[in-house]
Design a protein around this ligand. Structure first.
Ligand SMILES: *[C@@H]1O[C@H](CO)[C@@H](O)[C@H](O)[C@H]1NC(C)=O
Ligand SMILES: *[C@@H]1O[C@H](CO)[C@@H](O)[C@H](O)[C@H]1NC(C)=O
Length: 333
């Protein structure tokens, strides 16, 4: 985040609202998906989940997440939301699969997701656009698990991969998996739509209640469409897959293709998707967003916790199956 930090220093004088960036350590890695497969144990494919420990297979929208969680893996201690993505596997030449570990961008944290909430583009130095925070019961999804072509993926903006040569690599971002070994791992980015219909906390496909701006983009300050008039924070996930132990080209497919595959069987990368269930305590997110600060936002005086407490919040698995050995098939596939 070298660029962000550098630009934020000059920005302090003119910032009007917050752009926050924080780590959530791993809560659990298993086959549960209360948004897409509610009540199903196990769910269709393996996920990596972070956030409040009230996460379970059902997640009734009426559930009081801050009230039912006893801890969270996020550094903002009042964030009991759950954030999750699918999991990456390496497919060896002999056809067996090995789960790719994650690394954390924050020293001492355990894997997980780096989460951002912003009011304007990531590198915008003022963050002037006031946003409305999500409400209790709000959840959303972005992406298409079944997408296997660029055309299918093109209806989503900003679900990307970055082949990292070092910790600071942020570009280029591609829509498909990197085709070469990435020295510092593969970063997967997922940015959610930012315009809300103002009524529905969820929708049958978990997407219809949200929209991209009607013209332009979130980054260009494009206005929300009349159907979805409420401008919300942009939620961005950064997930770093530590592919280093799989970078030996001799282990890669002989036909020159790349060896990584999502836990739902996608080797193209176009099925990239992400899930969000809001669970901040009271108006903690709105207060944070209304402060003029960046990244850790110390001036907002939000309650935070250290990496030891974040890591300690790990949750027992509900689904007991091997996801860590050399597997002959992807769990559930
Ligand atoms: C999941 O959480 C809800 C609400 O906290 C609870 O009522 C339910 O029993 C839990 N379900 C499982 C399968 O643990
Ligand atoms: C398949 O290949 C991997 C990676 O080279 C190796 O660790 C594993 O033992 C192999 N499995 C079998 C069944 O040969």
């Amino acid at each position: 985040m070298k660029r962000l930090v550098a630009s934020s220093m000059v920005a302090l004088a003119t910032l009007s609202h917050a752009l926050v960036r924080f780590q959530c350590s791993q809560l659990v890695i298993e086959r549960l998906d209360p948004l897409v497969n509610p009540g199903m144990v196990p769910s269709a494919h393996v996920h990596q989940i972070v956030g409040g420990n009230s996460f379970n297979a059902t997640m009734d929208p009426a559930k009081d997440m801050p009230g039912e969680s006893t801890c969270t893996t996020c550094s903002f201690a009042e964030d009991f939301s759950n954030y999750w993505t699918a999991v990456l596997f390496f497919k060896a030449r002999n056809g067996t699969y090995k789960r790719v570990p994650q690394s954390s961008q924050i020293q001492g944290a355990k894997g997980g997701i780096t989460v951002y909430y912003m009011q304007d583009a990531l590198y915008d130095q003022q963050q002037k656009s006031k946003v409305t925070a999500f409400k209790p019961g709000f959840r959303m999804f972005t992406g298409n698990v079944a997408a296997r072509t660029k055309a299918e993926m093109a209806q989503f903006r900003q679900l990307t991969y970055t082949c990292m040569d070092n910790q600071g690599t942020r570009e280029p971002e591609t829509l498909d998996f990197p085709t070469r070994p990435c020295r510092a791992g593969i970063m997967v980015n997922a940015r959610f739509p930012t315009c809300w219909d103002g009524v529905n906390l969820d929708s049958p496909d978990h997407m219809a209640h949200m929209s991209y701006p009607g013209s332009g983009t979130f980054e260009s300050g494009g206005p929300c469409p009349a159907s979805h008039p409420i401008r919300m924070p942009q939620v961005l996930f950064e997930v770093v897959w530590d592919t280093r132990q799989f970078n030996n080209k001799a282990d890669w497919p002989a036909d020159g293709s790349q060896p990584f595959v999502w836990s739902f069987g996608d080797g193209t990368g176009y099925g990239n998707h992400a899930d969000y269930v809001f669970g901040w305590k009271d108006d903690a997110l709105q207060r944070l967003m209304d402060a003029a600060c960046v990244v850790n936002c110390p001036t907002a005086h939000a309650k935070t916790q250290g990496t030891a407490a974040m890591n300690q919040c790990a949750k027992q698995k509900t689904v007991t199956e091997d996801i860590d050995g050399w597997l002959t098939s992807l769990p559930g596939m």
